[in-house]
Design a protein around this ligand. Structure first.
Ligand code: PMP
Length: 287
């Protein structure tokens, strides 16, 4: 495998960062997880724009233009002959001192990994997945804005540990108001009397690229969709629930804590949107 690191491709084994990189010392950096379908980068511009917005929010100047980053991704995908796969695009603060100051790190590190990914087993895509509601709350925007896709994922990891301890693959995270925010690595939707509802960005969520695609697909399919604060209790009354993410794509949730969602099977709206998503990918008519 080849990894693109700071300007060019290197062998996997030679793709190394310094132990003084603030990405590893402090989780100081930003990243994107991106799908490749049919050898093309899915929603490329949206991911690049979000990466640059995340970097700006933490005052990290990416030392390449947007086009240079796109070129680096294309080069990495081609070098590894990835047809259907996943890109991890990372910008760390770079090498600095042992102190916190990011301004002592003059050269951010940029790297691109292109590889295969299977997030959840096929059985879960066929039959839906069980999740829990985590006790760990999502950080509020005033602490560390979940809209910034930073390398600092411990908040999510603590909730993920709760999920694994409970024997499930994902956890729903609430915000400090007791409203649903998102999952540890996915956005969340519920379906209520035929209406699709997802938390607004103001609930403290990553503006998911897949979330945006699914909202558009719902509108195109004349399925009513709205962004609303969802009190945790409303989760248990939902007819359907599903998650979206670049890695997860669209996946039904059929159990929340110890309660079945609807009849415990992937519901009709979820199935319709999941099929529409697959069709959209297969059509190749996207950027
Ligand atoms: N929320 C979180 C916390 C995430 O890490 C991700 C991406 N893995 C998502 C939502 C989904 O975002 P996207 O559709 O852009 O992958």
């Amino acid at each position: 495998m080849k990894v693109w690191l700071n300007g060019g491709l290197v062998d996997n084994e030679d793709a190394k960062l310094s132990v003084y990189d603030h990405g590893t010392l402090y989780g100081d950096g930003v990243f994107e997880g991106i799908r490749v379908y049919g050898g093309r980068i899915f929603q490329c511009q949206a991911h690049i724009d979000r990466l640059f917005a995340s970097a700006k929010a933490i005052r990290l100047a990416i030392p390449y233009t947007k086009q240079e980053i796109v070129d680096a991704m294309c080069e990495t995908v081609a070098a590894n002959a990835i047809e259907d796969g996943y890109i991890r695009l990372v910008v760390t603060r770079g090498v600095g001192t042992l102190g916190l100051s990011p301004f002592k790190c003059p050269d951010p590190s940029v790297y691109v990994i292109a590889d295969q990914i299977v997030l959840y087993p096929k059985e879960m895509y066929d039959n839906g997945m069980a999740v829990i509601v985590a006790k760990t709350l999502r950080t509020s925007a005033s602490m560390l804005d979940p809209g910034i896709k930073s390398l600092n994922y411990l908040n999510n990891i603590l909730a993920k540990i709760e999920a694994i301890d409970a024997g499930v693959a994902e956890a729903i995270m609430l915000n400090e108001h007791g409203h649903v925010a998102e999952c540890t690595g996915d956005n969340i939707f519920i379906v209520d009397s035929g209406r699709v509802v997802t938390p607004p960005l103001s609930a403290g969520v990553l503006p998911g690229i897949t979330r945006g695609v699914v909202i558009d697909l719902a509108r195109q399919n004349e399925i009513p969709v709205s962004e609303e604060d969802i009190p945790a209790e409303r989760l248990y009354q939902a007819d359907e629930c599903f998650l979206t993410g670049s890695a997860a794509e669209v996946i039904a949730v059929t159990k929340i804590d110890d309660q079945l969602v609807g009849d415990g099977k992937a519901g009709p709206v979820t199935q319709k949107l999941s099929a529409a998503f697959r069709q959209y990918i297969a059509s190749g008519e996207w950027d």
